[in-house]
Write a protein that binds this ligand. Structure first.
Ligand SMILES: [Fe+2]
Ligand SMILES: [Fe+2]
Length: 239
């Protein structure tokens, strides 16, 4: 069980994939320091990090964890860091394996798969861009307004809240579409006993889908619900 006194090195020893989570927070996964001292030094919310580690270790923890305790800023920070990791590390790695797979094995569906992946990549990048231009700035300004009560933040919130509420409504539908990719890929999975680039590609996609499940849960069921509650209280008091 992960505790505040566990070190990234020990945690990563039992689950190598967790190093991706540490890298998002600029934590060295080989460090022998305990999480408590690292999080104090880097001003990371340690309880949030431990909850994330437990979900990455075992996805069934996702529905048992109460992420509602965490601030809008902590949640947005994690989501932004994850987008950055997906765009600059995870997606290029997956794409590289797919390209190598197409060179290594001549499947009849190679061209179809390459095209399909390009469409998937384009969709997911535009999904992240929309969140980074519409949703995340709004969350940060709403959060700042609730503390500082500055007039220009109020104007921003009032001007943008309808667009954000509309965006949050269509978000769920988009995420369902992303989830369908895995089913489609498994249909194409060739029966092969040796480890091919295609299998590495499938494995990377499966890890990415697990990551996106945690991402979507925090984004939709925690952050967006918090924002909706914030806005419903807000309308009574401030408009
Ligand atoms: Fe996102
Ligand atoms: Fe999203």
């Amino acid at each position: 069980m992960v505790s505040q006194l566990s070190s990234p090195k020990i945690i990563s020893k039992y689950d190598r994939d967790i190093s991706h989570l540490f890298s998002r927070y600029n934590i060295n996964s080989d460090s022998d320091d305990n999480l408590l001292s690292i999080c104090n030094q880097k001003q990371i919310n340690i309880n949030f990090l431990i909850d994330l580690i437990n979900c990455y270790n075992d996805l069934t923890n996702l529905n048992k964890t109460n992420f509602n305790n965490y601030s809008v800023l902590d949640l947005v920070d994690y989501l932004e860091k994850s987008h950055d990791f997906y765009l600059n590390k995870r997606i290029p790695e997956i794409e590289q394996s797919l390209n190598k797979s197409c060179v290594q094995q001549k499947f009849t569906f190679n061209l179809l798969l390459l095209n399909f992946f390009q469409v998937y990549k384009k969709d997911i990048i535009s999904h992240f861009e929309t969140e980074e231009t519409i949703l995340f700035p709004f969350c940060k300004i709403l959060s700042r307004y609730s503390k500082m009560k500055q007039h220009e933040d109020l104007v921003y919130v009032l001007e943008n809240k309808d667009a954000v509420l509309d965006y949050m409504d269509i978000h769920k539908k988009n995420n369902d579409e992303v989830g369908d990719l895995q089913k489609l890929l498994l249909k194409y999975s060739p029966s092969n006993n040796h480890l091919s680039y295609f299998e590495i590609f499938l494995n990377q996609m499966s890890i990415f889908q697990k990551d996106l499940k945690i991402h979507a849960e925090i984004e939709e069921n925690i952050l967006m619900e918090k924002i909706k509650i914030h806005l419903s209280n807000f309308e009574i008091k401030d408009v």
